[in-house]
Ligand binder design. Sequence first.
Ligand code: S3P
Length: 448
Amino acid sequence: MSHAETPIPLKALPGNALSGRMRPPGDKSISHRALILGLLAIGETRVSGLLEGDDVLRTAAACRALGAQVTRDGDGVWRIAGVGIGGLREPGEVLDFGNAGTGSRLMMGVAGSHPVTVTFDGDASLRKRPMGRILDPLTRMGVTVAEQAEGGRVPLTLKGPRETIPITYETPVPSAQIKSAVLLAGLNAPGTVTVIENQASRDHTERMLGLFGAQITVAPHGEAGRIITLEGQPELRGVELAVPADPSSAAFPIVSALITPGSDIVVESVMTNPLRTGLITTLLEMGADITFENEREDGGEVVADLRVRHSALRGVTVPPERAPAMIDEYPILAVAAACATGETRMCGLHELRVKESDRLQAVADGLAAAGVDHTVTGDDLIVSGDGTPPAGGGTAQTHLDHRIAMSFLVLGLVARDGMSVDDGAMIATSFPDFTPAMRRLGADISEG
Ligand code: S3P
């Protein structure tokens, strides 16, 4: 499934108010982890609501290559017959992760900690992303990086040690991918692995490890950090899991309804884990009319139906400490900010530069193409609006980045002359049903 060769230009035009209900696809972070822990468990893991986007399908393929049986029932339930910790098979092929940073980095922790040799590769976007942040702790755990592209990038080959070394590791940036790679590698280490984070990042790995039967403790550290301790070589047992809807995908219909006059929608079953809801916090501060209905627990996470109505938004300052809880949501927040009154200042966005694209630059360029007043100062993005939609009429370059594509299509729903994106094919990595789902709410998005 290679989208890179066949771009799909898309265009969004202003039109109807949005109405109706929709359920965004399953959470991408949880979907990757469910497959990976299913691989490492003994017995069968059954997963409903899995995100069937390209990124996650790559992880499923990698699990198969490492020895798991992964199948999908007719009713959409995924079954993973795991090999158990220590039981990975050496794959006969390169593991091609496509666009998937999370899948590839987490799997480096898994495969690197086993005595197998595994080569990782990906698309043009993944080949640009830094892997040194994962290779550094893994090397300390005894993993050999046999080959790597310049600057610690894929394609790269890892050779696992005979016995993985349990370490204590302080993550240099608040990144759930780094934390998870170390914890997953620690599963095959004889002893205790400790990860120290100075700012808490999403905690799905920790929660799910507990669910699968690992001995894991999480304690507060400093003002906003955590210390996570995992006992190595547990016996993980297959579980039944329901994947909640992805708040990072829900962000697109939510902001669409907030900025499109007359809109009133319900976005169902959205995971409201506080380490993922920084965007909602920010939007509420901006004056958004969002109410939480029917809060309940689903798959070890709290979910709610979010009712969202068109709102007059005002600019706010988003503090850098909030970045880990909304790291993937800055592009769509910039779109909300473009339609708000006053200045929105988003601070401390350096990690955006190493996402599927240099997202800070891609957002700034897209805003320029839409005629939005903005500046980038160091790691801060400042967007100014007067409460009316921008002119639009331009084309945003997506650089193989799904969230850039969806964000500028949302802006096109209100921009006077709409907005185009050069390529929407990558949307399939996280939200395969985006265009039809948005159309069902009344949005005018089409190819061309
Ligand atoms: C993810 C963590 C985040 C996020 C990514 C998914 C995860 O990356 O941007 O989309 O599932 O662990 P970092 O941990 O590198 O910030």
